[in-house]
Write a protein that binds this ligand. Structure first.
Ligand code: SF4
Length: 341
């Protein structure tokens, strides 16, 4: 008689309790001194943190903080969120609107740069403030539409049948309430020529409890094909809670992709980039883009020059199967798509 060993059951993570993410969002650390204190950074980091914070405020949720090594000012996750004195330096070529997005906003809250796709600013808020963010100076106050203004934006989408994809962006679109997002997605799916809904978000990474039943409800119901593009730069960002959040999204029929930014002192070496791709795949996420830094004022200290970026990626290609290789790209204002390097 053949004895079969039991098939291991996949561990089912409990679904986050309703509303748990909002409490985490509002409880995020917003004080640079508190950030330094909680991570046991000595006082010499405090003045720089205060200077950077005055330019772009600190915001770090607890779930992300827990993945940072205390006492290590060079931790790759900390580098992404700790304000520094360098942010106040004026560097030629680094500007407040590096992608010239203000030229492409035909309606409030709508950016139409690429053929067939529009980007909708679904929420002006983020759960985390990344120091290298190309929208760190974006005038969200001028671009957060009311319901009436959404009607105007939706008219624009109805009138242009070349638009096949709506991209929810921000800020972080998942910082909006599920009531607001459910309403918006219902309006979008009533546009017959729209096929796809794409969501660019970092929330499942920084507060994995965001992927709760209320979100899965509207996301699972829509007729639109769904793509979620995560933003993860380092393998240490992917803990078990993030993997569970990705699993819940996949269960709702979502295709998961990732885009990273190549950042000095965070992920500018081959072992880290290789480990990131491997870890993404363990979470059922495919690497998509590796962006070179957009030259936004305050982020020049993260820059890697093009020759070094190409060399890194050429070496990485020898380490990884093709499906785990992100495409190295730059966004050039006025170009009809991202430009491979
Ligand atoms: S938009 Fe994205 S990169 Fe910018 S601060 Fe928000 S989460 Fe970070």
């Amino acid at each position: 008689m053949i004895t079969r060993s039991p098939i291991p059951l996949q561990r089912q993570a409990p679904t986050p309790s309703p509303g748990a993410w909002q409490a985490q969002l509002s409880g995020a650390i917003r004080d640079p001194r508190e950030l330094c204190r909680r991570l046991a950074l000595d006082e010499r980091w405090w003045p720089g943190a205060a200077t950077g914070h005055a330019l772009f405020e600190v915001r770090v949720p607890e779930a992300y903080l827990a993945r940072i090594r205390p006492g290590d000012p060079h931790d790759p996750l900390l580098r992404q969120v700790l304000p520094l004195d360098e942010e106040s330096r004026s560097i030629p070529g680094f500007v407040t609107d590096p992608l010239e997005e203000r030229e492409h906003t035909p309606k409030r809250g709508l950016i139409h740069k690429y053929a067939g796709r529009v980007l909708l600013i679904a929420s002006p808020a983020c759960a985390i403030n990344c120091r290298y963010c190309f929208r760190r100076h974006f005038p969200y106050d001028e671009n957060a539409p009311s319901r009436a203004q959404w009607a105007n934006t939706l008219d624009y989408l109805h009138a242009d049948d070349s638009i096949r994809e709506a991209i929810l962006s921000g800020g972080d679109p998942l910082a909006a309430s599920d009531r607001q997002l459910g309403w918006l997605v219902e309006q979008l799916e009533a546009i017959p020529h729209l096929k796809r809904l794409r969501i660019h978000t970092r929330l499942p990474v920084v507060i994995p409890d965001r992927i709760d039943e209320a979100l899965l409800d509207w996301l699972g119901r829509t007729r639109l094909q769904k793509v979620v593009v995560l933003h993860i730069n380092h393998p240490n960002e992917i803990d078990e809670a993030v993997i569970d959040a990705c699993r819940r999204l996949r269960g709702a029929g979502v295709t998961l992709l990732n885009q990273s930014v190549l950042l000095a002192g965070v992920n500018d070496d081959v072992p880290t980039l290789a480990a990131l791709s491997e870890r993404l795949f363990e979470a059922d996420v495919l690497p998509y883009y590796l962006h070179v830094l957009d030259p936004v004022e305050g982020a020049a200290h993260f820059e890697i020059d093009d020759a070094a970026a190409r060399m890194l990626v050429d070496t990485l290609r020898r380490e990884l199967p093709g499906f785990l290789m992100p495409t190295l790209v730059r966004e050039i204002p006025g170009e009809a798509s991202k430009t491979p390097l």
